[in-house]
Design a protein around this ligand. Structure first.
Ligand SMILES: *Cc1c(COP(=O)(O)O)cnc(C)c1O
Length: 394
């Protein structure tokens, strides 16, 4: 019997350049982003500059987490208590959490069989909200041409949650370049790993100015490099609160050391995804979400459906895979486990509406992380185990 022995949670070590850069920050004692010298602008400011260049954005702000970046991105675009924010029903808990943190009300949008946001439902609900927090959940990118058209038509401000699409593109254009403001996470299980961290990008000078003050800039605006003039930021400072959530120089140094490897890592993810996806496609009883040819995703996780099985059968399948070392996550459980919390377990939202398509999809949906510590043979072994378990099973 084949058994898989590697951990689905094990990430790769940081590149030597990142380790060296973090060590240098520790040796300098200058860990706070505003603890700079005339010769050295600090790693956070340099990271913001480098990331803005990578994204092709004018401005960037690094902060304490991806969820925090989403929160202040919304505040900086003008989300106020009581505002309605459209949001994918299929997303992870930090997204509705960030909306709730603003005192705003999430208006959940149904899910398509390809796991992207349902554009008919979005269109129908667009007149009831001022904002769309669009999650490219699990790296599935919806039709951005139509999404931006719907937003324009209904005067809805688009905020992109790119936690799973750092390095991805839609029709040649970077994910995160469509929204008024876009946010990325550098938490360990995303595409860059600083333990915790978030990056916010925008081309709007007033928006970034507010975000900088909100993140806790202590009037030190002149120490930002991917930002408008300090005087323009200062103009907003007295009317904008400090919701302290900065990034520090150690994390920024680690990210500066990783950024040069990002595109290559995205390719490595996709090689692994390719082996998994092609293998799963040959197994009876498994279907996969269809990908639009305009979507250039990063396969850092893979999703598939078991349409012929009921909940008890799928749980038995997941348990049998786990017994052989293959850790799958099932979104159809009654009680959330780990990150598989569903919209109906976010009780604080008081959401009454049941989204039938989303429910139907989640009942059959399996999710698997693809860490770069797996090689292509590992991916093939995982496919073989899933095939064997499903073969035994049916
Ligand atoms: C991880 C994640 C975030 C941000 O999470 P943090 O842990 O706060 O960095 C936002 N949206 C999605 C979909 C995520 O998976």
């Amino acid at each position: 019997m084949k058994v898989f022995e590697k951990s689905f949670l094990q990430q790769e070590p940081l590149p030597a350049a990142a380790i060296h850069a973090v060590t240098e920050v520790m040796q300098s004692g200058r860990l706070h982003r505003y603890d700079t010298t005339p010769e050295h602008p600090g790693e956070v400011a340099l990271l913001e500059q480098a990331f803005a260049a990578y994204q092709g954005s004018r401005y960037c702000l690094a902060c304490a987490s991806g969820g925090y970046a989403l929160y202040i991105a919304m505040l900086a675009t003008g989300v106020k208590p009581g505002h309605r924010v459209l949001c994918n029903a299929f997303t992870l808990a930090p997204v509705p959490g960030a909306i709730h943190n603003c005192g705003a009300i999430p208006l959940l949008v149904d899910t398509c069989p390809d796991l992207t946001i349902d554009l008919d439902d979005l269109e129908q609900k667009a007149s009831q909200a001022e904002y769309l927090m669009l999650s490219h959940m699990r790296g599935h990118i919806g039709d951005m041409d139509r999404i931006t058209a719907i937003c324009r038509q209904h005067k809805v401000i688009l905020i992109e949650d790119c936690a799973h699409t750092l390095g991805a593109r839609w029709d040649g254009r970077r994910s995160g370049s469509f929204g008024e403001v876009s946010c990325f996470s550098t938490q360990t299980y995303k595409h860059l790993n600083s333990g915790e961290g978030g990056l916010l990008v925008t081309d709007d000078p007033e928006l970034i100015a507010r975000a900088i003050v909100l993140s806790g800039s202590y009037m030190l605006f002149d120490r930002h490099l991917a930002a408008p003039d300090a005087a323009d930021i200062a103009a907003l400072a007295k009317t904008t609160p400090n919701y302290s959530g900065r990034m520090d120089n150690m994390r920024a140094a680690s990210l500066l050391g990783q950024l040069p490897c990002l595109d290559e890592n995205c390719q490595r993810w996709n090689e692994r995804y390719g082996v998994l996806s092609e293998g799963l496609a040959r197994i009876d009883g498994i279907t996969q979400p269809v990908r639009d040819p305009r979507e250039h995703f990063v396969g850092s996780s893979i999703q598939f459906f078991l349409p012929d099985f009921n909940q008890a059968e799928i749980i038995a399948f997941v348990d049998a895979c786990a017994d052989r070392g293959v850790q799958l996550k099932y979104f159809g459980r009654d009680e959330p486990q780990g990150y598989t919390s569903r919209y109906d377990s976010w009780g604080y939202l008081g959401q009454a509406e049941q989204l039938t398509q989303t429910n139907h999809l989640l009942e059959q949906l399996i999710d698997m992380r693809v860490p770069l510590t797996f090689d292509l043979d590992d991916c093939q072994l995982i496919v073989d185990i899933i095939a064997e378990v499903l073969g035994e099973y049916v």
